[in-house]
Design a protein around this ligand. Structure first.
Ligand code: DOR
Ligand code: ZN
Length: 345
């Protein structure tokens, strides 16, 4: 098979940032995806429906003319989130979901949740109204090894949360472990997961291959090979609980290549092509449309997109950098490497 036509895909997890960076990255996602769930970890974070509404306008202003793209907004959960504001934002169509960052877990999570108990009024309301909770599932306990933080999160936070709120819709974001795969497979239909392109491609050795590779560093950090293989199996299995969410997370090159480099991999430019390559390698191209275009909308209770995109089997080289107005650059995931699939114009 050398050409593959899919319903237009969606990206259920993106970071667009703001200002010049946003203007540089939004067109890449909008070219590939019909809709995207936009993460709220700006500085300061997007904690309310009103802030999300303003942010949505700023995003729409930088979508290139002639491209039909819908940003789906999220609110950043804090210890003090007002359940009424979430419910009103959801009812108005401004807020699609709520994002839970444990405080200190990742980039711009300092205002995140410090005490999960305090969020239960918001979570209870969300369960009542069917508003999904999107979870960065890593504990922040410094005693826990960084490679174990996702698995420990399942035991300490996620399992008790689901026992207490068995109907809450939960997306376990950017899963990186066989433990998370097994957990999601064993949970009810209200629990699903996104899988990034990069976690299907790299394992933890890639972060240290021949030297330290800051552009391979993201959170949750890539795990051992056995986990990568479990993710590939889950994503390509046809199980509707797993769907596309790139976690594309741009940072300026100088902020990644630093003594304390930022976490995040910018994959928006090549996302659907990388997923196509992975599904091809796994002999599962027939499952790509489900993963990329059908499972996500089904979970979120939205229609699949009407249009289609076509991918061609054709070798091309990922560009080395994209420029941001003001002089900074962003390095795409797999810059300078060959990909075997390309989105047709
Ligand atoms: O690698 C990451 N980058 N993981 C996250 O959870 C956040 C993201 C970012 O915002 O840069
Ligand atoms: Zn993210």
């Amino acid at each position: 098979m050398d050409r593959l036509t899919l319903r237009r895909p969606d990206d259920w997890h993106v970071h667009f940032r703001d200002g010049a960076m946003m203007a540089a990255v939004v067109p890449h996602t909008a070219r590939q995806m019909a809709r995207a769930i936009v993460m709220p970890n700006l500085v300061p974070p997007v904690t309310t429906a009103a802030l999300a509404d303003d942010y949505r306008d700023r995003i729409l202003a930088v979508v290139p003319d002639g491209i039909d793209f819908t940003p789906l907004m999220t609110a950043y959960l804090t210890d003090d989130t007002d359940p009424d504001d979430l419910a009103a934002g959801h009812a108005d169509g401004v807020l699609t979901a709520v994002k839970l960052y444990p405080a200190g877990a990742t980039t711009n999570s300092a205002n995140g949740v410090t005490d999960i108990e305090r969020t239960y009024p918001a979570l209870e309301r969300m369960a009542e109204i069917g508003m999904p909770l999107l979870i960065h599932g890593e504990v922040t306990d410094p005693e826990i090894d960084i490679y174990d933080r996702e698995a420990v999160f399942i035991d300490r936070i996620l399992t008790p949360m689901i026992e207490r709120l068995p109907t809450l819709k939960i997306v376990f974001e950017h899963i990186t472990t066989a433990d998370a795969v097994a957990f999601v497979e064993g949970a009810g239909d209200n629990v699903a997961a996104t899988v990034t392109a990069h976690h299907l491609v790299i394992n933890r050795n890639d972060i240290f291959k021949g030297g330290i590779r800051p552009h391979m560093y993201c959170l949750p950090v890539a795990k051992r090979e056995a986990h990568r293989l479990a993710l590939r199996k889950a994503a390509t299995s046809g199980n509707a609980k797993f769907f596309l969410g790139t976690d594309t997370a741009p940072h300026a090159v100088h902020e990644k290549e630093s003594a304390c480099g930022c976490a995040g991999i910018f994959s928006a430019m090549t996302a659907i092509e990388i997923y196509a390559q992975v599904f091809d390698e796994e002999g599962a191209l027939d499952k790509l449309e489900g993963f990329a275009s059908l499972n996500g909308p089904r979970f979120y209770g939205m229609p699949a997109n009407d249009g289609t995109v076509t991918l061609e089997r054709r070798s091309w080289i990922v560009p080395e950098a994209i420029q941001v107005d003001g002089g900074t650059t962003i390095m795409p995931f797999q810059a300078g490497e060959a990909l075997g699939w390309r989105l047709a114009d």
